[in-house]
Design a protein. Structure first.
Length: 439
């Protein structure tokens, strides 16, 4: 295997549900993603930042008028109606920029009292993966880590106004005024052309909004100088990749791309190797699940004898990946500890993985046995692998990046595409190709 093959590409479709198997590696995974591109969370297209910043501003306005309303409630409600508007405009197409295609009602604009309810929108709205980026873009002040503690900055309103791309939304109101009125029991109409323009998540950002968001990405908001420098350099790297005419970037995997300094590249490269160890560990447990799914009676796999060939084969590959990570000499203690467990091989490694899982599978009486989340079938859906801000199914839109690298780099690449008007056409072409229609 060459170094260019850093793991596996994700599926081409976004799943609506994800099962959880973090292997107690959540903190390490988040650290490596943050080291790759600081302060961007799950942001990958511009209107995610817009809708979330808009929610904070409207929630402040509504609260000032005496109505109890949290940022989370407002964000979920605004995202829901934005997606409903897009589905209404575009025929309920499947689009990675939209959520709730199978859940949101197809007819009628909801009241705020309905849209704010927890069960109205999807369980994992875009806000969950993107809100934490706002303070690091200068679009929110964070009194704490929770989104409900966020308040708007002076930069938020100019950005919102630029993104809305309309001076008024009915009766001379701005989009903020219109949504404030809706939240205090005013009407909302999906026939309002200005509202559609202001909220449709699939519309390209106006040039003025792109300029503001590029500045926010490069200047860093609440980022410290070292992290700001890392993000600027990563932005320059993806900009060069986007401008390249080759499908893949040919780089020196030891020295890295010229835009990143040695420490930054070491973190990016080590993260890619660690994610490969994690994926191989999941493959081991998946193979055990596949064996248990075929067994009748007591569903268990004893570990004190010979293991099935498919499991030993996966354990061997896992040990190879773990040794490759350890050879990099990275300083992350948690990642090193995990890799040393995986390097041991055989039943000892499987025991360690079962202890770390203890959710889908668990170690009991020195046997692999079903855990509380066991379904009797190998997984068919993407897993939550330790960073709740990660989205699957987007790798196909960023082919120029080495596979297996942090999803933050892929997202930054997609955001760069979006701010240059290239992401929408790419998504449209992929949808047409999937449907067997010429784009």
């Amino acid at each position: 295997m060459t170094e260019r093959l850093w793991g596996l590409l994700g599926p081409e479709k976004l799943a609506t549900t994800r099962r959880t198997r973090t292997l107690d590696m959540s903190r390490a995974v988040r650290r490596f993603n943050e080291r790759a591109v600081p302060g961007t969370g799950g942001l990958w297209f511009g209107r995610q930042a817009y809708l979330t910043a808009l929610s904070v501003v409207v929630a402040e306005r509504v609260t000032a008028r005496g109505l109890r309303c949290s940022n989370i409630e407002m964000a979920n409600a605004i995202e829901a109606i934005a997606c409903m508007i897009a589905f209404d405009c575009h025929g309920r197409v499947t689009d990675p920029r939209l959520r709730g295609r199978n859940k949101l009602p197809a007819d009628g604009a909801p009241t705020f009292a309905v849209a704010r309810q927890r069960g109205f929108h999807v369980a994992q709205p875009m806000r969950m993966s993107t809100a934490q980026a706002l303070p690091f873009l200068g679009l929110a002040h964070a009194a704490g880590s929770r989104f409900n503690t966020f308040s708007s900055t002076d930069a938020a309103m100019p950005f919102i106004e630029a993104c809305a791309d309309t001076e008024k939304v009915g009766k001379h109101r701005s989009v903020v005024d219109y949504l404030e009125n809706w939240a205090v029991n005013g009407p909302l109409s999906f026939n309002n052309a200005e509202l559609r323009t202001a909220l449709d998540p699939t519309r390209p950002l106006p040039a003025s909004a792109c300029k503001l968001l590029r500045y926010a990405v490069e200047e860093g908001g609440a980022l410290d100088p070292a992290d700001r420098n890392r993000r600027q350099n990563a932005w320059r790297w993806v900009a060069r990749l986007q401008a390249s005419t080759t499908v893949a970037d040919h780089i020196d995997h030891h020295a890295g791309p010229p835009e990143l300094d040695a420490d930054h590249w070491h973190d990016v490269r080590a993260g890619a190797y660690l994610f490969r160890v994690r994926d191989a560990a999941n493959a081991v447990l998946d193979s055990v699940e596949g064996i248990l799914a075929t067994r009748q009676g007591k569903v268990r796999l004893p570990l004190d004898g010979s293991l099935p060939t498919v499991v030993t084969s996966q354990l061997t590959q896992l040990a190879d990946h773990a040794r490759a990570f350890l050879a990099l000499g990275h300083h992350d203690d948690e990642a090193n500890r995990f890799s040393r467990e995986c390097e041991a091989g055989g039943a000892d490694t499987l025991r360690a993985l079962l202890r770390r899982d203890d959710h889908v599978l668990r170690l009991l009486d020195d046997c692999a046995q079903p855990g509380p989340a066991y379904t009797g079938q190998p997984p068919a859906l993407p897993q939550d692998n330790g960073d709740p801000q990660e989205e699957t199914g987007l790798d196909a839109y960023a082919p120029s990046l080495p596979a297996g690298r942090s999803y933050r780099l892929r997202n930054l690449y997609l955001l760069h595409m979006d701010l240059h008007g290239l992401l929408g056409p790419k998504i449209d072409a992929a949808r047409a190709a999937a449907a067997g229609v010429s784009a």
